[in-house]
Design a protein around this ligand. Sequence first.
Ligand code: SF4
Length: 424
Amino acid sequence: MAQLFYVETLGCPKNQVDSDKLVGTLLADGMSATDDPGTADLVVVNTCAFIDVARKESIDTILALDEQRKVGGRLVVTGCMAERYGDELAEALPEVDQVAGFGVPVNLITKSAGKRSIALSTAIPTLDLLNLPRPKSAGPWAYVKIAEGCDRTCGFCAIPTFRGPQRSRDISSILDEVDQLQVQEIVLVAQDLASYGKDRPGELGAGAIVPLVKAVSARVAWTRLLYLYPSDLSDPLIDAICSTGVPYFDLSLQHVSKSLLRRMRRWGDGDRFLRRIGDIRDREPAAAFRSNFIVGYPGETEKDHDQLLAFVEAAQLDWCGFFAFSPEDGTYATGLDGVVATSLINDRLAELREMQDVITASRRDDLIGTTARVLIDNPAEARSTREAPEIDGIIEVPAHMAVGQFHDVRIVDAMGPDLVAESL
Ligand code: SF4
C-alpha cells in the first residue's frame, strides 16, 4: 500500500502554492494524500514566520500535529520558519524529525533519515519549488507564483533575508502551470509582482509583467494580480490589467505619510497614490481596489496617523487591511527610535478599521440592484471580479448554480462585506 502524507499549510497564498508543489512532488514519488494526520506516514507543516502571531500559530500547529501523528509517522517542518530559524527550530522542537527549508531539494524531505536541520537562516535558497509540477486545482481558481524572493529593502520586512533576492520564472514554465491547473481564474502572486523580470535583464527585464499578464489572460477567463508595489504600476500595466476583464488593483501602499514612508524605505506618498487611483477610476470606473497598511511603525506620529485616516476617507477603497507593526529580527526598523506604544497602536487600528468597515459596507450597498458575472467557488458561494478569493467578501447565490461555472446574477442585498444575489 502507498505511504500516506498529510500537509498542513499556514500563512499566505504564496505558501499555499509551495504546498501544492510539495503535494505534486510527493504524489509523483508514489505517496498518497490523506486528510487525517493520524494515519499519515509523513506529516509536513508548511509554516509562516511573517509576524509573531503567525510564528506562534506555526508552533502550536506543529505541537498539535505531533500529538495526533501515529507511532512511526515522520513530522517535517518546512516553509518560512524553517528557512528563517532552521537550526533554532530543530533545537527547540525535539518532536520534529526534520526541519527543511525550501532552499533544498524536496526529495531530501522524503528521503533523508534522522533529524537534522538543512536550512540556514542566512542562506539564499538555491532550489525553489517554483518550477515543480503541481496537481490540477481542486477549485475553480488557483494561485500561481511567478517569482520568489524580493530585491527591495522595506524597513519592516524580513522576507528578503530568508527568501533571498528575486528570481523570476520563465514565462513558458508559468504558462505550462496555468494549463495544468485547468481553472477559470488564475491569481498571480509574488513578493513584488510588478517587479517580475527585473532580475533577468535581457531575457525578461523590467515591464515583463505586461506580456505575462496578456499571455495568462489569453488562457483563462479571469486573471487577477496581487501585491503591486505602487511605483511600478505603469500605464501599460494598468491597461493590461483592465484588458484582462478583472479590473482589480491590489496596491501595496503600507502608509501615506511621505516622511514615514521614507523611514519605511518605501516610495510614494498619499497624494501620488490618490492621483493614481483617480487615473485608474477615470479609465475604468468599475475598478475595485484593495490595499494594506502598517500601523505603529517606529516614528509614526499623530499627524502621520491623521494623514492615513484622511487618505482612507478620500480614497474610498473597496477593501483595506490594517496591521500592527511587528518588530522583526534583522530588519532596519528594529533599530529605529520612536517606538509606538501597543495601546496607541491598538487605538489607531480600531479607528482605521471602524472607518474602513463603513466605507466597505457603503461600497457594497452601492452594488445593490446591479448585475454581475460571478464564478461559483462553492455551493451557494460565488465571487465577481471585485472579490479576490480567500481575502475579500463573498456573494451568496442560489444553491443550484453549478460550482466552477460562471453565472449572471443580480445583486439584491448586502450584509457588511458580503452580497446576496439571485439568478438573472
Ligand atoms: S516589497 Fe518590501 S514588503 Fe514586500 S516582500 Fe519586498 S521587502 Fe518585503
